[in-house]
Write a new protein. Structure first.
Length: 78
């Protein structure tokens, strides 16, 4: 799958094991960029629970989205 890095804007080809951008080390999978995340409700359809807006936009290594196997980019890059 291809994910555009939210920081450096480079398109990265990643698999389930890749969590960060190899160029700038930013976490690639953000809830805010996932098609299964409802921004208005701050709700994740995959985990079926609310995700804090700060964590959705600026995830850490311990965030649910970092290694989410159900992540689907909301833009059609893949």
């Amino acid at each position: 799958m291809k994910i555009t890095c939210p920081k450096c804007k480079k398109v990265q080809d990643v698999d389930d094991k890749v969590a960060t951008c190899p160029d700038c080390r930013t976490v690639l999978r953000r809830c805010a960029d996932c098609a299964k995340y409802d921004v208005r409700l701050s709700f994740c359809g995959t985990f079926n629970r609310p995700i804090d807006a700060g964590d959705a936009t600026y995830p850490t290594y311990s965030s649910d989205s970092t290694y989410c196997r159900e992540y689907v980019p909301s833009t059609s890059e893949s």
